[in-house]
Design a binder for this molecule. Sequence first.
Ligand code: XIL
Length: 354
Amino acid sequence: MTQKLDRRLALGGALALAACQGRAQATAPAVLPAPLKTLVPFPLGCAVMTGQLDDPGFVQLLTTHFSQITPEFELKMEVVLREDGGFDFARPDRLAAFARANGLGFHAHTLVWYAEAAPAFQRLDGAGKAFADAYRNYILAVAGRYRGLARAWDVVNEPVEDDGSGYRACLWRRNLGLDYVARAFHHAREADPHAVLFLNDYNLESSPKKRLAFLRLAEKVLKAGAPLSGLGSQSHLRWDLAPGAVTAAVRDLARLGLPVHISELDVSLQDGRFNQTNRQARVQRQARLVGEASEALAALPAVQRYGLTVWGLRDGDSWLRRPPNAGDGTDAPVLFDDAGAAKPAARALIGARV
Ligand code: XIL
């Protein structure tokens, strides 16, 4: 069995080489000595969409290497809350059932996000108590449905302004004040007594100012007595991020003593400057950043290592290869290439452990 697996993993490397040729410089194949999830000292997650579950190659690669899934978008309000105010759980239920059937952890994403303000809530804009009641009911219904299965929830997603100058104006804040954040945590805890409840945001590595604003919000919510119990850094990185930035961010987040989640890791190879830097050099920088993220998390006390989640299984699955983010269509931001072969970033994730 082990022998068969090893052969398949190594073979993947050869396929990777073949797939790269003709498109860009060939990248040295990465050979994985064993499934990734067995080689890192924390749960290893991957973003998944229901459509992918019909692809046996996807399922095989996913379940070989990962121990947890996050619904990439099908547990968001845009899918779950219908225009008439009713719920549609068909797609997240399928992901949840898949996780259960395969013994995978289920990281639930996301309850409250500035970017999603469903018509059913827009109709209540300015309605005072009716808005607050609907807010609570939504969280109770959605988080309640996966109680017992969800290991955690991203309760509030992306609350901090991009420049770190403050917190986003949004439907939730307009109706509930900044207290919408603390309230969401209270409601989520009411719905699910055991899930780890996360505050989650991006650019915390590249912008220390945004990181500070994020941490201030976390402290404020905790001081208000809300049951925030984890901090998530999405970690949508770019290949030229300075070495050390990821480590600094993980350490800063860990200072509050809560579990830390590298929640949506990908490393874009685009540079906005016509990709002048040699692709192979960018691929190596990508691998180093993934290695740094893995090491930074591994360096935390065991109770604070909630996990590391990669935002897509194969490069072709990545949101950075789909409109509106597709760019020139050549980005390759995750651990496995289009053919499912391990890239240097996959090898870097396990670092010196093997
Ligand atoms: C992205 C998904 O990958 C896409 O499929 C969707 O169309 C838009 O959202 N931060 C988040 C994620 O918290 O929910 C986003 O996911 C990526 C950025």
